[in-house]
Design a protein around this ligand. Structure first.
Ligand code: C6P
Length: 407
């Protein structure tokens, strides 16, 4: 696929060609999860139908072929994130599990009483609660880098907050509410100078812009396949070799050990040390097809497409009387959270759904951010590779209808 041919892209998503008896779908919830292209669905189904075998456990051909394909996806993931080494890629169940892995393995072995983990005011609960649990257990505390009214990090506060007590800085690459793309490389540079390691939550960025973990300079980068046109139940933890190497296992079980005795167990090197138990084999294979699909389009094309949609949507949404958007950072990604004066977000979402328009409403698993914004919940429209201006037009038209009903 050369430049961005939206109709050719859309034709590859069965959910967009209309389900039997169902109204045409206007899907504006890609920040929650993405739709799946046919190549991903087929890769997973074909694997189950023709090539199914377990990985790293079987002497027979099917298992060895499955292992080769599974490890092939690890190499695709390395290339997708431009990690230096393939053993820096750990498969997890998703972003949430990846953060919990780092918090429980790295966090519990490094954090001591009086230490701090610095997060930001725009984090998803996954990047707050995982750290909070570990902080509580070891007597460390969570500190918070604030945001300004446009939804950008207040970097002027960063150096003051980066005291020698801060051992970890954990921040979103892109906010799932504000759409803000954070200056991760700059934060990482300053955090490293202060002696902290940096975890980047890439749940919202990985499928929407080129990501180069070496350029970002982070120690950890995490993302979820299901938001990247891939299957649910799998994700990536990228960890810098030297850091992963020094981390103890988190979960124990099959395939992460070298020898087991009742007195003592020795562990595999990363990434296997962190992949206890039979992994989500078919999902990893489907994920490989999703990474090929995104790279086939080109993430720079994709980012340009979604920025164009964001600008268009921002302009059009302001035509709706009483509508207020949260987050106006320059270069924000394809996520627009908003409220309409006097109307409950849940009512808006329900009435849009009746028109075949899928948006998310609620706190978006970012309650501290909602508090900072002064609302309990918002409506959120978010875009993906298959989104169009027609989807946005349908949303705006739908909102006018909702206003007619509710006001
Ligand atoms: N955000 C949303 O609608 P999981 O559920 O593990 O795949 O991803 C968690 C997660 C972590 N960080 C960020 C920035 C996220 O946006 C998400 C998931 C979805 O916004 C579901 S709450």
């Amino acid at each position: 696929m050369s430049a961005f041919d939206i109709e050719r892209v859309r034709a590859q998503f069965p959910m967009l060609s209309g389900r039997e008896g169902a109204r045409k779908l206007v899907f504006l919830d890609s920040a929650a999860t993405s739709l799946k292209p046919r190549v991903v669905i087929d890769a997973e189904a074909d694997f189950y139908a023709r090539d199914y075998g377990t990985v790293r456990r079987g002497i027979y051909g099917l298992s060895q072929a499955a292992t080769a394909r599974y490890e092939g996806v690890r190499e695709k993931a390395r290339s997708f994130l431009n990690a230096r080494e393939v053993n820096e890629i750990v498969f997890t169940r998703g972003t949430t599990e990846a953060i919990n892995l780092v918090a429980n393995s790295f966090g519990r072995s490094v954090l001591k009483s009086g230490d701090e983990v610095l997060v930001t005011a725009m984090e998803h609960h996954a990047n707050i609660v995982s750290w909070q649990l570990v902080c509580k257990a070891v007597g460390a505390t969570l500190s918070v880098l604030p945001i300004d009214d446009s939804g950008q990090l207040v970097l002027a506060e960063l150096d003051r907050l980066l005291s020698p007590r801060v051992k970890v800085v954990a921040l979103a690459h892109m906010s799932n509410v504000l759409g803000t793309v954070n200056p991760v490389a700059e934060v990482a540079r300053r955090a490293h100078a202060a002696g902290a390691v940096v975890l980047v939550d890439g749940a919202q960025s990985a499928a929407h812009m080129p990501v180069d973990v070496q350029e970002l300079g982070c120690d950890f980068f995490v993302c979820s396949s299901h938001k990247m046109c891939g299957p649910s139940g799998v994700g990536i933890l990228y960890g810098r070799h030297e850091v992963l190497e020094a981390m103890p296992p988190w979960q124990g079980g099959g395939d992460m050990i070298v020898t087991v005795g009742f007195d003592e167990t020795t562990f595999e090197a990363p990434p296997y040390r962190f992949e206890a138990g039979t992994p989500p084999i078919a999902q990893v294979i489907g994920f490989g097809a999703a990474l090929d699909f995104l790279d086939g389009i080109g993430r720079e094309h994709l980012a340009a497409h979604e920025h164009g949609l964001t600008d268009y949507a921002t302009g059009r949404l302001h035509e709706v009387p009483g509508l207020r958007v949260f987050g106006s950072a320059p270069g924000k990604g394809g996520i627009i959270a908003f409220v309409i004066d006097g109307m409950a977000p849940y009512d808006i979402g329900t009435l849009l759904d009746e028109q075949g328009i899928a948006v998310r409403v609620g706190h978006h698993c970012a309650q501290p951010l909602m508090k900072r914004l002064g609302v309990a919940s918002t409506v959120r429209a978010s875009f993906g590779v298959y989104s169009t201006r027609a989807d946005i037009d349908a949303l705006v038209e739908g909102l006018h209808k909702v206003r007619g009903i509710l006001s």
